[in-house]
Write a protein that binds this ligand. Structure first.
Ligand code: IPM
Ligand code: MG
Length: 363
């Protein structure tokens, strides 16, 4: 018997449409493994509200152990309106923050690419969005998301934004290296006219930039960047920014791609273990209806192949398969324009699997 390469993937579907889109992502992962001749073992774990319901905690120890033993983590979404009450002490989102922090996944990569076939799916004019190809590189384990002290009382609340030089430096290097493989431009987004953290950010990014003389660096204030992204999205290549600005700008950027349902993400640390998830949330309003767009989750599997398994051919094969399905005119409801056939979540997954198998092997 020949020894096959074998990967263990921790699969955490989580809440709402997370369950539905991850089911399709799993199909694609199995199909790509089969086509390229390696073995993948998918081990499921509880996360988010689904985990709170069964164990009382958003990130049970078993899930953490499962992730620790895996080559990569594939996550659906966390969030449930039952925990929206600002007084609730346990929230599904805590699981995601804990996973990022525990595995030191400090680099969040969110590519925003407008597929030519989807230029008219955006609420913005096609001539503005077409040709957009940028990536938000968001610092993910620092800043106001994790700063101490944090105080919460009825009279006063405190959040603290902290950045250390080394945190800025390591994410900046990721951004410059990404730019070297792309269009050689980094736009670093901050609020240096107001925030001390942003002034440190700017100084460190300027220093790191000296090591990458082939990359053009531009600084932009976050308010201006939010506007520029809607007016001239093609001006951007790599958008480097801190945790909360990146959270906001990446949702904004999703409008360019036609739908939140199109955007994948990777969260990476120093090692190979990464967490891959669609940028969208659990979307309770459409959960269980079979209409969610699974492409963000499927494209997250492509990123999983690229960054954790280091299998670029497989990543490309998945991206090409998605491209062909879109070119053939298939749309889930979120990206459909009048006259186009609308397919369900499952049908979209099957179409991608079909397109994947139809490609000649080894290409
Ligand atoms: C995201 C989400 C999370 C974040 C939430 C769910 C905690 O909005 O991944 O963008 O704010 O980072
Ligand atoms: Mg967000």
């Amino acid at each position: 018997m020949t020894q096959q390469t074998r990967y263990v993937i921790a699969v955490l579907p989580g809440d709402g449409i997370g369950q539905e889109v991850i089911a399709e992502a799993e199909k694609v992962l199995r199909a790509v493994a089969e086509r390229f001749g390696w073995h993948v073992e998918l081990r499921h774990g509880l996360v988010g509200a689904a985990a709170i319901d069964q164990t009382g905690r958003p990130l049970p120890d078993e899930t953490l152990a499962l992730c620790q033993s895996a080559d990569a983590i594939l996550l659906g979404a966390v969030g449930d309106p039952r925990y929206d009450d600002p007084r609730s002490r346990i929230r599904p989102e805590q699981a995601l923050l804990a996973l990022r922090k525990t595995f030191e996944l400090f680099a969040n990569l969110r590519p925003v690419w407008v597929h030519p076939a989807l230029a008219s799916a955006s609420p913005l004019r096609p001539e503005i969005v077409q040709g957009t190809d940028c990536i938000v590189i968001r610092e993910l384990t620092g800043g106001i998301y994790f700063g101490e002290p944090r105080v919460e009382s009825d009279q006063r609340a405190v959040d603290t934004m902290i950045y250390h030089r080394n945190e800025v430096e390591r994410i900046a290097r990721i951004a410059f290296q990404a730019a070297q493989r792309r269009k050689r431009k980094v736009t670093s987004v901050d609020k240096a006219n107001v925030l001390a953290c942003s002034r440190l950010w700017r100084r460190v990014v300027d220093q790191v930039a000296r090591d990458y003389p082939d990359v053009v660096l531009q600084h932009m204030l976050v308010d201006a960047a939010a506007m520029h992204l809607m007016r001239h999205p093609r001006d951007f290549d790599v958008i480097l920014t801190e945790n909360m600005f990146g959270d906001i700008l990446s949702d904004e950027a999703s409008v360019l791609a036609g739908s939140m349902g199109m955007l994948p993400s990777a969260s990476l640390g120093e090692g190979r273990l990464g967490l891959f998830e669609p940028v969208h949330g659990s979307a309770p309003d459409i959960a269980g209806k079979g209409i969610a767009n699974p492409l963000a989750a499927i494209l997250s599997v492509a990123m999983l192949c690229r960054y954790s398994l280091r299998r670029e051919r497989e990543a490309k094969a998945i991206e090409n398969a998605v491209g062909r399905v879109l070119e053939a005119g298939y749309r889930t409801a979120d990206i459909a324009v009048p006259g186009q056939p609308v397919v369900t979540t499952q049908q979209m997954g099957d179409l991608v699997v079909g397109a994947l198998s139809a490609q000649g092997s080894g290409t």
